[in-house]
Design a protein around this ligand. Structure first.
Ligand code: GYE
Length: 304
């Protein structure tokens, strides 16, 4: 089917745009807010027929979901790639079937940018840098020993946040004594932090690649009889409700936001792509930062 009059109205009785969306999983509060934004925006009222699948953080599940969307012949495929590499073949298959692909949230590592129409999401290197710059401002000169809780191994946010933070603290006396993945989940963040607390006599600072792992670390620190936010400082990324609450409560020291509300941008780009209009290859979502005071102020009106 081709799009007809190309009119601006969304409820003109036009055919719905069928879109297959493969989500990473349900690993974090960020992901829950992201899923809700997509499901609340890509509705029949807005002109979409959404097929949504959850890959449970497994690339093979995403590839399978994308192949089934290709087989169904949807108008648009969108996904948030769990890891950066290994997408070439399935993206080629979508291209061969003439189905446009829109990336949201996480990037793929490919030289060939004709394999997708647009990539909508935050600048994760910048997020890591903003977190690291604040750490240097606050703590340089104290000889802090830091541990890092990394996101999912091989994912764009884990790679980029690590890099941005490392760049920002280079030249300071903050020393990264260990860095392990907690897979962006609260449970694994807690487990990894428990291990760190057993292994090291002195930990002054935690940099967690997302709020959920930071919240897990808080549980481990409290269980070890210490006060998170004081005995051990904590910096995280996301700024979801639970993270912001912990920041307002003084248990986290600083959060760099990562905006999960990508549904509206995705809807707009999908409509344009189907209508044959030009779209931007890269749409960067803007993120703010919060210290404890700012969190107290922002919490009452926080959407997610
Ligand atoms: O920071 C984390 C989630 O890809 C930006 O994935 C996203 C990250 C987010 O699990 O909480």
């Amino acid at each position: 089917t081709t799009s007809d009059d190309g009119g601006e109205t969304e409820e003109a009785g036009d055919e719905l745009i069928s879109i297959g969306f493969s989500q990473v999983g349900a690993e974090s509060g960020w992901r829950a807010a992201n899923t809700k934004s997509i499901q609340d925006t890509l509705t029949a009222d807005n002109g979409f027929d959404l097929s949504f699948s959850d890959a449970q953080q497994k690339q093979e599940n995403q590839i399978q979901a994308i192949r089934s969307y290709i087989a169904q012949g949807v108008d648009v495929i969108s996904f948030s790639p769990v890891v950066e590499t290994g997408w070439g073949p399935v993206l080629e298959e979508a291209k061969a079937a003439d189905i446009p692909v829109i990336l949201t949230d996480r990037a793929v590592d490919t030289e060939d940018d004709t394999l997708y129409e647009s990539f909508i999401g935050s600048d994760f290197v910048l997020e890591g840098e903003m977190a690291g710059e604040w750490a240097v401002e606050q703590y340089d000169g104290e000889g802090y020993q830091m541990v890092e809780l990394q996101g999912t191994t091989g994912s764009a946010p884990a790679i980029d946040r690590k890099e941005g933070f490392a760049d920002a603290i280079a030249g300071s006396d903050i020393e990264v004594i260990d860095s392990q993945t907690g897979n962006f989940t609260r449970t694994e963040g807690k487990q990894v932090m428990e291990g760190f607390l057993q292994k090291y006599d002195e930990i002054d600072l935690v940099f967690a690649h997302n709020d959920d792992m930071g919240l897990g670390a808080i549980e481990a620190i409290e269980a070890a009889g210490m006060t998170p936010g004081e005995d051990i400082k904590i910096i995280t990324i996301d700024a979801v409700k639970d993270g912001m609450q912990a920041l307002a409560d003084g248990k986290i020291n600083y959060i760099v936001e990562c905006n999960p509300l990508l549904g509206p941008d995705l809807a707009e780009v999908a409509q344009k792509v189907v209508a044959g209009e030009e779209v931007e290859k890269r749409i960067v979502v803007e993120d703010k930062t919060f210290d404890q005071e700012a969190a107290v102020e922002a919490l009452p009106s926080r959407e997610y």
